[in-house]
Design a protein around this ligand. Structure first.
Ligand code: C5P
Length: 218
């Protein structure tokens, strides 16, 4: 019997991470935060001062990196045996991730790492191309989005709550630049999969989004 998969794709800041983690916990399923794989690669490249636009060099870094995930209440990631959790969420890491993620050979190298998360009892997979490329046969697919303004506000609030200095206008620009890169790249661009449920979370609370998705998969 095949292992069920729920894919949740969408732009950054739409609430995919929080929603996916909560649904996985409720269902007792595994959780794949595919963005963290690209983020880890971004960190590995920055650490080794690899030119992010040199496809061949980035592919070598992707092949060599050893990642360990601890998907408890908070995701913890080790890169080559060193904890990189604290650097995962920064905008610098997100931007580096979106540059290396546009390289098609890099995506090919990281494909199997993502498929390996499909384990009993099921999988909630969050990213940009979960429903279109990595798990095209998933039973249930969701496209979760929100306006860029709302996503920037959420990100700003998160940073301020963590005591990190932030600038709303700059965050809005960064989010829009990342959306553009993710949607316009040639390989596996961010797009709504056929038959995916479209959900705009701009005016919805996290529990409302979770309920909508749970209703959809039942
Ligand atoms: O979701 P998150 O913001 O952590 O993703 C960081 C970046 O990784 C995205 O902006 C995107 O460029 C890339 N990514 C991707 N495909 C995925 C998940 C993330 O290209 N499935």
């Amino acid at each position: 019997m095949s292992i069920p998969v729920l894919t949740i794709d969408g732009p950054s800041g739409a609430g995919k991470g929080t929603v996916s983690r909560a649904i996985a916990k409720q269902l007792g399923w595994n959780y794949l935060d595919s963005g963290s794989i690209y983020r880890s690669l971004g960190i590995a490249c920055l650490q080794s001062q690899t030119d992010l636009t040199n496809a061949q060099a980035v592919v070598e870094v992707a092949k060599a990196m050893i990642l360990e995930f601890d998907c408890g209440d908070e995701l913890k990631v080790k890169l080559n045996n060193v904890d990189i959790t604290a650097q995962l969420g920064t905008e610098a890491t997100g931007s580096a991730a979106s540059v290396v993620a546009a390289i098609s050979d890099v995506r090919a190298v990281l494909l199997q790492k993502q498929k390996d998360f499909q384990q009993p009892q099921g999988l909630v997979a969050d990213g940009r191309d979960m429903g279109t490329v990595v798990f095209p046969n998933a039973e249930r697919k969701v496209y979760l989005t929100a306006s860029a303004k709302e996503r920037a506000k959420r990100r700003y609030k998160q940073l301020i709550e963590k005591g990190i200095d932030a600038n709303l206008a700059q965050i809005t620009d960064e989010i829009q630049a990342r959306d553009k890169r993710d949607m316009e790249r040639e390989t596996a661009p961010l797009a709504q999969a056929d038959n995916a449920l479209y959900l705009d979370s701009s005016d919805l609370s996290i529990p409302q989004v979770i309920d909508e998705i749970l209703d959809f998969i039942r």
